[in-house]
Every structure is written in structure tokens, then in C-alpha cells.
Design a protein around this ligand. Structure first.
Ligand SMILES: *[C@@H]1O[C@H](CO)[C@@H](O)[C@H](O)[C@H]1NC(C)=O
Ligand SMILES: *[C@@H]1O[C@H](CO)[C@@H](O)[C@H](O)[C@H]1NC(C)=O
Ligand SMILES: *[C@@H]1O[C@H](CO)[C@@H](O)[C@H](O)[C@H]1NC(C)=O
Ligand SMILES: *[C@@H]1O[C@H](CO)[C@@H](O)[C@H](O)[C@H]1NC(C)=O
Ligand SMILES: *[C@@H]1O[C@H](CO)[C@@H](O)[C@H](O)[C@H]1NC(C)=O
Ligand SMILES: *[C@@H]1O[C@H](CO)[C@@H](O)[C@H](O)[C@H]1NC(C)=O
Length: 437
């Protein structure tokens, strides 16, 4: 691991120097981004502490390949054991090959802060600082505003700054001084950061600073050929299962949507699928205790054979599985708007949901006994085919391609590209509003 780690750091810096000249003809007007220089305590040092949190996973293995994790097997080109918390690294690495970087902050349309805020929060969430989580971010603020050249911040009061915080925003909105009552830090509650855009895995119901972007999945193709062969495989795949749920939970006696899904799925397994055109009505892939997290084979294979993938809320409304399912060409079924529609507006535009997903209110399932099998099996075949085509059309938008990927693949906008576009747009309108005041 040690050598891997040093190699990683080494590469990060070599590439920061070399990959600014791009082979793509890019028009950089209004797209210039400056990367703020941060001392390593705010990013790389946090990686060397990857085994220092006994109440959290040892995340050292997931640092490999610039945060994509280890390959699923030696010969794999596109599949990795990716941990979603590593998005801060993955994003940083991709930023270094962004074609419109500028070393001059006054020339930039947006300022990227390469801070690993989710990893930095671990010492407050699971470590020695558990009773001072209101301090999360104060040292960063001090550096950005007072220590480093203050003009970079003060030019636009931080409104042009953005960063990635690879956890749900809920983990950062604990009221100040409420330790040890609540889980979370107060980063997003600090007035110091109100003006900064934070890209998170999930936003709050009433988001302010944050915007949700897709969880990284395990699929990171390096070139167009690998991407296209995957999409062709999805097109050819025989979908013999009507619906699938991959996850855990739902074992308590309390009514909730996961429990309803578990019960209906057990029931449907014993029912004949005769006459439906499917071999199975429901498949339940047990992913409890995180056993699937770094082992994508467990759920990708069955997802490839399913028409619909159920994406119920769990501890929080969103799930990484939503994106795994889309990557498998499996049509998502949502049970509340906060699971995706009210979250990923940049990547999965709100007006398209009817075209690529099914929405079933969780109350109807839990309290009115609505059968999910009935709803899904009554959707006409032709409509199912159209929805799946739409899912495949959306697929590149939610995937994070591998860093340094080939030109052909770079012509397809991926989750990173769309996050950058959205951020630039958001900062532009923010600055216009302020100028108009
Ligand atoms: C890493 O862990 C050590 C020991 O727990 C701690 O002293 C140090 O401050 C940590 N570094 C960072 C950057 O969190
Ligand atoms: C995969 O590669 C590693 C390192 O090169 C090697 O140690 C290991 O034996 C290989 N595993 C297989 C299954 O080939
Ligand atoms: C945090 O505060 C609680 C309650 O005051 C106390 O029991 C606990 O020991 C403290 N933990 C640390 C790491 O200081
Ligand atoms: C945030 O922006 C407002 C102006 O829109 C400014 O008054 C305020 O000082 C800024 N906050 C910080 C912490 O810079
Ligand atoms: C299980 O199936 C039976 C017979 O089709 C049905 O009456 C019952 O409501 C089903 N239960 C659940 C939880 O879906
Ligand atoms: C399936 O349905 C057909 C008629 O629709 C019937 O002939 C056949 O026996 C059924 N098979 C099973 C296993 O129920």
C-alpha cells in the first residue's frame, strides 16, 4: 500500500504539470477554472491517515487508481472496486486534466478548492474530534481568506469557489454546538461557507450551498471501444426478471417501503411468472452489511437480467444503486422525489423522468397495499423498450470515465463534465445577481 500511495501522489503532481495541454480543440470562453493551492493537510495528508479511524472502514484499499479503487480482476479494463466516498479524489484527478485551467485566478470563471471535505470530516464523525464538529472547516476558511493571498476570495466573496464533499449534505448540517447529540459536522451551517458551492452525493430537501451529483459506480471505461461494447452488451442482454432489488434493510417489523418490497418479493418468487413473458417476477439481491459495496459482480449480473430496478429510500433518500442500475440498463423505479428527481437536476433533468423511470408513491405501497409487480407488469412492452432506450441515452451522463481516457470517449459528456458545466452556470448566475444588487 505504501508504494501505491507514494506512486499516487507522485502521479497526481506530474499530471498536474503536464495534462493541461489538451488535444481537443476546446473553446474556453467562460469556462476558465483556477485550482487553489492548498497545503497537503487539506487533501493528500488525509489519505495517509486512511487506516486511522477505527470506527470507520480502513479506506486504504480504495485509494488505488486515483480513487477508482482496485480493478475487479487483473484483466478488467473498465471495472473497479470503487468506494463512493473517494469521489473527492476522483474529481480532483479529473480536474487536473480539465482543458481550461488557468493559473491566474483573476482570469477564472470559477475557483476549485481541492479540499477532501468528506475525508476531513471523519475525525469529527468517527475520531478524536467527535465533540468539536462545529470546527469542521474553520481552518480551511482561515487559510483561504487570511493566509493565502486574500484577494482570491475577496474578489467575489467566495461566490465563485466550489468544492466536492463526497457525503450526503445531511452529514454537514448539524446545528452549531450540538455535540454530541447529533451525527454530523456543521460545515454547511457555517456562515463562512454560505457562498461556496458544495457538490455532494445528496442535497437537503431545501438545498442552499449544495448541489447533488451522481455517486460514482464501478464502471470507468478508458476508451470509446470499451464503452460501446458495454452498451451493446446491455442492448443484447435478455431481461428475464421483471424487477430487482439489491440492498439491505426492511427486516424490522415497522412498516416501511423496504419491508413492503421484501415481502412482495418473497411472495412473487412463489408466484408463477407464466404469461408475463418473464422467468421471474422479482429478484432480491441481499446486500446487507455492505457486502456488495466493493464487489460489483454481485449486483451487476442480476441487474443486467432485470427490466426494472427498485430504488427505495433507506437511511437517506438517495442510493448509489440508482446509478449502478442505470449503468446496467435497468429502468429505475423511485418511491419518492427526493431519491433522484429533486436531487440530480443537472445530470438527470427533471422533465425527463417519465421517459426513463417509473415513480410509485411509497405511501401507496406501504399503507394501501399497492402491488409493485402489478404496476410494473401492466406497462406495455413497447413503452418498456422506449424507456430502456432512454436509460441508455442517459447512461454516459451518470458515469465517471477513467482519467486520461481516449479522445473519442471524451466527446461524450460524463458525470464530471456535466458537474463542471452546472457549476460554471450556477456561479455565473450567482455573480450576475450580486452585480445587479
Ligand atoms: C492523522 O492522524 C494522526 C494520528 O491520529 C493525527 O495526529 C494527524 O493530525 C492526522 N492528520 C490529519 C491530516 O488528519
Ligand atoms: C493479479 O496481479 C497481481 C499483481 O500483478 C498478482 O500478484 C496476482 O497474482 C494476479 N492475480 C491473478 C488472479 O492473476
Ligand atoms: C464527548 O462528549 C461526551 C458527553 O459529554 C463524553 O461522554 C465523551 O467522552 C466525549 N468524547 C470525546 C472523544 O471527548
Ligand atoms: C458572502 O457574500 C456576501 C455578498 O453576497 C458578503 O456580504 C459576505 O461577506 C460573503 N461571506 C463571506 C464569508 O465572504
Ligand atoms: C401474496 O400473494 C397473495 C396471493 O396472490 C396475496 O393475496 C397477498 O396479498 C400477497 N402478499 C403480499 C405482501 O404481497
Ligand atoms: C402456462 O400457461 C399456459 C396457457 O397460458 C398453460 O398451457 C401452461 O400449462 C401454463 N404452465 C404453467 C407451468 O403453469
Amino acid at each position: 500500500m505504501e508504494t501505491n500511495f507514494i506512486f499516487f501522489v507522485f502521479l497526481l503532481f506530474i499530471l498536474s504539470a503536464t495534462c493541461q495541454d489538451s488535444d481537443l480543440e476546446t473553446d474556453c470562453t467562460n469556462k476558465w477554472i483556477h485550482i487553489r493551492h492548498l497545503p497537503p493537510q487539506f487533501n493528500l495528508d488525509l489519505l495517509s491517515n486512511c487506516s486511522a479511524y477505527p470506527l470507520f472502514d480502513n479506506f486504504c484499499p480504495y485509494l488505488a487508481n486515483h480513487g477508482l479503487g482496485q480493478k475487479t480482476h487483473n484483466k478488467s479494463h473498465s471495472w473497479y472496486r470503487t468506494d463512493p466516498f473517494m469521489l473527492e479524489l476522483v474529481f480532483h484527478r479529473r480536474m487536473l486534466e480539465y482543458p481550461c485551467l488557468t493559473s491566474d485566478p483573476t482570469h477564472a470563471n470559477a475557483i476549485y478548492v481541492p479540499y477532501y471535505g468528506g475525508l476531513d470530516s471523519l475525525k469529527y464523525l468517527y475520531g478524536p474530534e467527535i465533540n468539536s464538529s462545529f470546527q469542521h472547516g474553520l481552518d480551511l476558511y482561515d487559510f483561504l481568506v487570511h493566509v493565502d493571498s486574500p484577494n482570491i476570495w475577496s474578489r467575489n466573496y467566495g461566490h465563485d469557489h466550489f468544492m466536492v464533499m463526497a457525503r450526503p449534505a445531511w452529514d454537514f448540517n448539524q446545528p452549531l454546538n450540538s455535540d454530541p447529540l447529533y451525527f454530523g459536522t456543521s460545515f454547511l451551517e457555517l456562515p463562512e461557507f454560505y457562498n461556496v458551492t458544495a457538490l455532494t452525493h445528496e442535497s437537503r430537501a431545501y438545498p442552499w450551498q449544495e448541489q447533488a451529483i451522481p455517486y460514482p459506480t464501478s464502471f470507468h471505461p478508458p476508451n470509446l471501444a470499451f464503452f460501446e461494447s458495454w452498451v451493446n452488451r446491455l442492448r443484447r442482454s435478455r431481461r428475464t426478471t421483471l424487477m430487482l432489488f439489491a440492498g439491505g434493510g426492511g427486516i424490522s417489523a415497522n412498516p416501511n417501503v423496504r419491508r413492503s418490497i421484501r415481502l412482495e418479493c418473497e411472495n412473487a418468487t412463489s408466484m408463477s411468472a407464466n404469461g408475463t413473458g418473464y422467468e421471474k417476477l422479482c429478484e432480491f439481491v441481499d446486500c446487507s452489511n455492505g457486502i456488495c459495496q466493493h464487489d460489483p459482480i454481485r449486483f451487476m449480473k442480476p441487474m443486467l437480467q432485470a427490466t426494472f430496478c427498485l430504488q427505495p429510500p433507506g437511511d437517506t433518500p438517495t442510493r448509489r444503486s440508482t446509478f449502478d442500475g442505470i449503468l446496467a440498463g435497468c429502468i429505475p423505479v423511485f418511491f419518492e422525489d427526493l431519491s433522484a428527481k429533486k436531487q440530480y437536476g443537472w445530470h438527470l433533468p427533471e422533465e425527463k423522468y417519465e421517459e426513463f423511470s417509473v415513480s410509485i408513491p411509497k405511501e401507496d405501497v406501504v399503507f394501501k397495499g399497492l402491488s409493485i409487480v402489478d404496476v410494473l407488469s401492466s406497462i406495455p412492452r413497447a413503452q418498456v423498450r422506449r424507456m430502456r432506450e432512454k436509460v441508455l441515452e442517459m447512461l454516459p451522463r451518470v458515469m465517471y470515465r477513467k482519467q486520461g481516457s481516449s479522445l473519442g470517449l471524451r466527446s461524450k459528456k460524463d458525470a464530471f463534465d456535466i458537474a463542471i458545466e452546472g457549476t460554471l452556470e450556477r456561479i455565473k448566475s450567482r455573480l450576475q445577481e450580486i452585480a445587479a444588487q
